[in-house]
Design a protein around this ligand. Sequence first.
Ligand SMILES: NC(=O)c1ccc[n+]([C@@H]2O[C@H](COP(=O)([O-])OP(=O)(O)OC[C@H]3O[C@@H](n4cnc5c(N)ncnc54)[C@H](OP(=O)(O)O)[C@@H]3O)[C@@H](O)[C@H]2O)c1
Length: 335
Amino acid sequence: MKSIELTDYGVPEQVAGCVEVPDVGPPAEHEVVFDVLAFPINPADIWFCKGEYRVRPPLPATPGAECVGRVSAVGAGVSHLRPGDLVINLQRENWAQRRRVRGEDVIAVPAAIDLGQAAMLRINPPTAALLLQDIVELRPGDWVLQNAANSAVGRLLIRLARRRGLRTVNVVRRQALAGELVALGADACVVDGPDLAAGVRAATGGAAIRLGIDAVGGAATGRIGACVADGGAVCCYGSMTGQDPVVARGDLIFRGITLSGFMLGRSLARRSLDEIRAIYAELAQQVLSGELHAPVARIYSIDEIRAALAHAQQGERSGKILVVPNGTLPARGGA
Ligand SMILES: NC(=O)c1ccc[n+]([C@@H]2O[C@H](COP(=O)([O-])OP(=O)(O)OC[C@H]3O[C@@H](n4cnc5c(N)ncnc54)[C@H](OP(=O)(O)O)[C@@H]3O)[C@@H](O)[C@H]2O)c1
């Protein structure tokens, strides 16, 4: 079977290759085997290939934080899954044609779900949902500010916020995106720049913003900090610039804003397996109904991994890059 292997850490499209490896074999008692139908290339996968992610396993290593798969075999001790079920995997190393994992690490998703969207269900939808839940207690009518608003997380957050009656002011780096994000449910859209605070004030009528969400890092975090109300919170959950957040000490000391970080794994680790399954069940239903959706720019085969990785690092993409390890991707899972 084919798998993606990193022979070194470095420029992703140079260090990643599609190689032939031994098949995974049959499942043990508490294991399942599934065919990987699709996986996305997320910013964290790019950091992983570069050797700059929080996990940096010995080489050769297989990347891949998420995927959707179809179960082909289950061990005798696995009762919650059957061959044919669609699943997402809570564990890593998913850039391969087939996976053999512990049964408790996979979660079944509805058979009729859009497979491309299911491939992206594991990370970004719960990230967007829990950013709105775990940092600040928000009430209907509250404003939330976020940058990188055109990202998959950003777009999902707009939808989830709207559903909860929250209002979003969305920071982008291209004015051309405003119409699209407003159509999605954004209440306001502002282009980032030195005077972001004035733009945000104008867009929100000077509303007191209690939560600012940052995925850009560097000085951009500080600009989010300058927009939140006294005593408000800035939460950094990513850094598309690769820079550490820089926040004005006056905002921290005199205005009492707080700066914290969010990582999905930490948020999920505080919850029981039943709670985690409930989160995914609810999000999967919203994907199934079309309420939650992340645009896809292009789908590549597993042999084209290097082109896919290069594409995933381009700015101004029209959506995510997906890879299909086992041939073409039917739109839906079936049934
Ligand atoms: N902490 C966690 O648990 C967690 C979980 C999921 C995701 N994340 C993080 O969330 C962020 C978004 O992930 P995603 O999968 O939603 O991303 P994505 O869909 O691939 O989109 C990336 C976004 O970043 C913007 N961008 C790229 N370079 C930028 C720069 N130098 N300055 C400003 N904006 C820039 C792009 O803007 P354009 O549209 O203008 O090109 C695009 O909107 C990433 O940093 C990721 O690591 C964190």
